[in-house]
Design a protein around this ligand. Structure first.
Ligand SMILES: C[S@@+](CC[C@H](N)C(=O)[O-])C[C@H]1O[C@@H](n2cnc3c(N)ncnc32)[C@H](O)[C@@H]1O
Length: 178
């Protein structure tokens, strides 16, 4: 069990990738959040008062520069590695210049034949959420270095980093031009 403490410190319009499940970011930021998830049942089942859209993070149906922040809370672990470049390119595209992408996740080497499970106790700005996220699939894996590389390729510069026990928190900023 890993403890995660989230404070209400992101401002503006937030796009939450893979925002179904527990709807952690939506629960904290409410109407400021547009949560997208590829599985409608994950969105329907999530508590909280936020906007929900069934959408694929690899092909976002938003115009460029439409969000102040993009969040990915234990979402990247659900992607096969080949899908990450498209997800980061799309996140960078919909971020405003100077906007930030926030990533919380955990590294793992394999999710097959045994699933990879992450057990969390989350303090979501005062609300306690206990949950287990799990993935199962051949070829699935995640590393902090891969996240850093994919972000750099998409034009997202590292702004903040914290890590411990295989879990990591990374913040990236979309480089401003002009
Ligand atoms: C660990 S779960 C949800 C974590 C969630 N952020 C929360 O607060 O509980 C990851 C989610 O990503 C979704 N997902 C997986 N691939 C996706 C994709 N390509 N586009 C959008 N959502 C996706 C899954 O359906 C799943 O609901």
């Amino acid at each position: 069990m890993v403890d995660i403490i989230l404070k209400r410190e992101i401002s503006g319009r937030i796009l939450d990738l893979g925002g179904g499940g527990e709807g952690v970011i939506g629960r904290i930021y409410g109407r400021a959040v547009t949560a997208i998830d590829i599985r409608p049942e994950e969105l329907d089942g999530a508590p909280g008062n936020f906007k929900r859209l069934c959408m694929d993070a690899r092909r976002l149906d938003f115009p460029g520069a439409s969000f102040d922040a993009v969040t990915a809370f234990y979402f990247l672990m659900y992607l096969v590695p080949e899908d990450r470049p498209a997800v980061f390119a799309e996140a960078a595209r919909v971020l405003k210049s100077g906007g930030r992408m926030y990533v919380w996740d955990a590294a793992y080497r394999s999710a097959f034949p045994e699933p990879h499970l992450v057990e969390l106790s989350i303090d979501a700005a005062g609300e306690r959420i206990g949950t287990t996220y799990g993935v199962l699939g051949e070829g699935m894996c995640l590393s902090r270095d891969d996240v850093l590389s994919r972000a750099a390729e998409a034009g997202l510069a590292p702004a903040e980093a914290r890590a411990g026990g295989g879990h990591f928190y990374l913040v990236f900023e979309k480089v401003q031009y002009g």
